[in-house]
Design a binder for this molecule. Structure first.
Ligand code: G3P
Ligand code: CA
Length: 280
């Protein structure tokens, strides 16, 4: 893992806040992002999708109903998939109230009036050149959006966040989709790429096959939590791939995985992570 981390000038271990500080604020919203910036981590992980009118926005689910009041605002619609809404419509939705209802102990008044953010709003909010915090951008369900990789790389280039010049990259790409990572490798070979896998426990043979695929299209693999036993991490390191388990929210998990030499972690609790590694 170390070799690839050095190649890209990444911090070791790589500390990533999952959907911002999503334990303490509604996922992928401005407060979640601001809290993550302050926490001392390296990257903020956010999911990208595309509106009907072609804007890149940050939203995890393909459907709007879990996280917004789309049904109340647009009662006549038959289908609440994000891809069927344009940006002006999405901006009318309430995108935070669910958090206060679900987590009364962590509720805050200003969480009840938030909006879905575009990628360009997030770039302005995070301002990687100033804060030193980068973005780990996941292409979510990229097969739904034609040429989303091209659109993304163009937008990032226009915002001047792709140039690395021997510095830590401001942008990392992630996806569950090998096809999408392949496209990004062609469009932007200089940016680190991570293959996500939902698998928790896999046989050693199967893990090697995952690593074969990772080697082809990415620089590292992000497995779901506990697959990160020493042997699994070691097998990835033998191929100079880095391993970034998700979503690691507990101190005991961090402790165990640090013994096993994970190269970093994706967490809903960036403060916990930053404290564990004395980054604050
Ligand atoms: O960063 C890994 C993680 O984001 C992948 O799962 O469903 O939270 O996007 P999900
Ligand atoms: Ca994600």
């Amino acid at each position: 893992g170390k070799k690839i981390i050095e190649k890209y000038n990444l911090d070791y271990p790589i500390l990533v806040a999952h959907r911002g500080s999503s334990f303490t604020a509604p996922e992928s919203t401005a407060p979640a992002i601001k809290q993550a910036i302050k926490s001392g981590i390296d990257y903020i992980e956010l999911d990208l999708q595309q509106t009907q009118d072609g804007e890149l926005v940050i939203f995890h689910d393909t459907n709007l109903l879990r996280l917004t009041d789309a049904k109340r605002v647009f009662p006549q619609r038959e289908n609440y998939d994000l891809q069927n809404f344009n940006l002006a419509e999405l901006k009318k939705l309430n995108y935070g109230s669910w958090f206060n209802v679900k987590n009364p102990g962590r509720a805050q008044a200003d969480y009840s009036n938030l909006e879905i953010l575009t990628l360009s709003e997030v770039l302005a909010l995070v301002n990687p050149s100033k804060t030193g915090v980068g973005l780990a951008l996941e292409l979510k369900s990229p097969y739904l959006y034609e040429e989303i990789e091209e659109t993304l790389v163009k937008e990032l280039a226009a915002a001047n966040v792709l140039e690395t010049k021997n510095k830590k990259p401001k942008i990392i790409f992630l996806s569950f989709s090998p096809a999408s990572l392949k496209k990004l490798a062609k469009l932007r070979p200089e940016s680190p790429r991570l293959l996500l896998t939902k698998r928790n426990f896999v046989s050693p043979k199967r893990w090697q096959r995952w690593l074969d695929l990772t080697e082809e299209i990415a620089d590292g693999i992000a497995p779901k939590g506990h697959v990160s036993f020493p042997w699994y991490i070691g097998a990835a390191h033998k191929r100079d791939l880095f391993v970034l388990p998700y979503v690691i929210n507990r101190s005991w998990q961090l402790k165990i995985m640090s013994w096993f030499s994970a190269d970093g972690y994706i967490t809903d609790r960036p403060k916990l992570l930053a404290n564990f590694y004395d980054r604050v």
